[in-house]
Design a protein around this ligand. Structure first.
Ligand code: MTE
Length: 366
C-alpha cells in the first residue's frame, strides 16, 4: 500500500531543538543487505526536524519558468494524495553529504578545514519511491524558458553565526531536474521517516546531498539562474587553488570506498578475516576495487557482489590473514567506469568537501 502516514507529534522529551548530525557506523553495515536500513541512515539537518501534517501539506510551484508565471502567494498546488495518485517510480540511489570524510583532511593530511567533522559515514543507499519531478513540473505547466528550479524545505530558517540565511533551498538546473530526480515519499518500502524528509523529499541521484532537499514545501521555477547561500557560499570549492568566489557550484559526488569495520577497531590474530566494504561514485558505476593491507605496497583485487545499480554502491570482499599481531592500515581504492580513481591525497579546500582520497583505515590485530 502506498504511504499514508500521518506523523504523531513526538513527545517533548524526544524533540531535539537543534539540527542533528548523525553518521552511519560502518561496522553496523556489516551483515546488512544492499541498502542502508532507515534507522541506520545518516541524518544531516541544519535545524530541527519539522513535523508535518500531510492533511494540510501542499507542494507549491511558482515562478517565471511556468506558464502564466504563478506567484509565490498564488502557486500551483498538489496535495499528498495528488502525488500518490501519479505514476510511481522506484530509484535506488545513494545520498551523500558533500563533506563526507571531512575529518580525514585533518587526521590524514594534517589540514585545517571547517564544517561537520564527519568520518566516512555520511552516506547511505536506499530504495526511494515517489513521483518523477519531471512529471510534477510538466503538470504545473513547465515552460521551455525555465532554466533553474529551487526547492525549499519547510524546516525553520537557518541562522549561521548570527546571520539568518532563510530556509534551506538550493537551485538545480532544469536539465538535471528533468533527468532523474524524484519527489520521494517512501524510503525502503515505508513512508519517509520524519528525519529523512516526511512527507516528501527530493532525491537527486549522484549529486551532492544538499541537492536532495527534505520536507519540500515549494519549488520556484525560474527563467533566470537562481542563487542561494547553498550554491554561492557553501557547496563550492574555496582555497588557494580556486578563485575568490569559489569553484562552480558542486554537482556530482566523487568515487569513495569504506570498510565495514569500526574505525580503529580490533581483529583477532591468527585467523583469516573476510574484509567487507562498499564503494560508490557519482561519476558512474564502480568498475573495480583494490585493497591493500600493507600501507599500499601490494594491492589485491576485491571480489564484488551484486546487485549493482548505477546510482547505488557496490559491495566487495577480500580475505585477509594478518601476518602478525600489531597495528595495520587497511586501504581500499575504487575506480569507476569513467576511469576516475581514488587518489593518495585529496585536493585541499577550506570547507573540506569531496574527500575522495584512499582512506587509511586503522585496525589493531591482537
Ligand atoms: N533539506 C532540508 N530542508 N534541510 C536540511 O538541513 N540537509 C541536506 C539535505 N537536505 C537538509 C536538506 C544535506 S546537507 C544532506 S547531506 C541531506 O539532506 C541529508 O539527508 P538525510 O538526512 O536524509 O541523510
Amino acid at each position: 500500500a502506498p504511504a499514508t502516514g500521518i506523523v504523531k507529534p513526538l513527545p517533548p522529551e524526544l524533540f531535539i531543538p537543534q539540527g542533528t548530525n548523525a553518521e552511519t557506523r560502518w561496522d553496523a553495515m556489516r551483515g546488512q543487505g544492499y541498502v542502508t536500513p532507515a534507522d541506520r541512515f545518516f541524518v544531516r539537518n541544519h535545524v530541527a526536524t519539522p513535523l508535518i501534517d500531510v492533511r494540510t501539506w501542499r507542494l507549491k510551484l511558482w515562478g517565471t519558468g511556468l506558464h502564466r508565471s504563478p506567484t509565490e502567494d498564488r502557486p500551483v498546488e498538489f496535495s499528498y494524495e495528488d502525488l500518490l495518485g501519479m505514476r510511481a517510480e522506484t530509484v535506488t540511489a545513494f545520498i551523500e553529504c558533500t563533506g563526507n570524510g571531512r575529518s580525514l583532511y585533518t587526521s590524514q593530511q594534517g589540514q585545517r578545514v571547517s564544517g561537520t567533522a564527519w568520518g566516512l559515514g555520511a552516506v547511505g543507499v536506499a530504495h526511494w519511491r515517489g513521483v518523477r519531478l519531471a512529471t510534477v513540473l510538466e503538470r504545473a505547466g513547465l515552460s521551455t524558458r525555465a532554466v533553474d528550479i529551487m526547492p525549499r524545505g519547510l524546516d525553520a530558517e537557518y541562522v549561521d553565526k548570527g546571520e539568518n540565511l532563510g530556509r534551506v533551498r538550493r537551485p538545480l538546473p532544469v536539465a538535471k531536474a528533468l533527468k532523474d530526480v524524484l519527489l520521494a515519499y517512501e524510503m525502503n518500502g515505508a513512508p519517509l521517516p520524519p528525519d529523512h524528509g516526511f512527507p516528501v523529499r527530493l532525491v537527486v541521484p549522484s549529486w551532492v546531498g544538499i541537492a536532495s532537499v527534505k520536507w519540500v514545501g515549494d519549488v520556484q521555477v525560474s527563467d533566470r539562474p537562481l542563487f542561494s547561500p547553498w550554491n554561492t557560499r557553501f557547496y563550492r570549492l574555496f582555497g588557494p587553488d580556486h578563485p575568490p568566489e569559489g569553484s562552480a557550484p558542486l554537482t556530482r559526488m566523487n568515487v569513495k570506498s569504506a570498510f565495514e569495520l569500526a574505525w580503529d577497531g580490533t581483529l583477532a590474530a591468527g585467523r583469516t578475516h573476510v574484509l567487507h566494504g562498499r564503494s560508490w561514485s557519482g561519476g558512474g558505476r564502480v568498475r573495480s576495487v583494490a585493497v591493500s593491507a600493507d600501507g599500499g605496497r601490494t594491492w589485491h583485487r576485491a571480489r564484488t557482489r551484486g546487485p549493482h545499480p548505477a546510482r547505488g554502491w557496490v559491495r566487495w570482499e577480500l580475505p585477509w590473514r594478518p601476518p602478525a599481531p600489531g597495528r595495520y592500515e587497511l586501504l581500499a581504492r575504487a575506480t569507476d567506469d569513467t576511469g576516475a580513481t581514488q587518489p593518495v591525497t585529496a585536493p585541499y579546500n577550506t570547507l573540506g568537501y569531496l574527500f575522495g582520497a584512499i582512506a587509511r583505515h586503522p585496525v589493531t590485530v591482537k
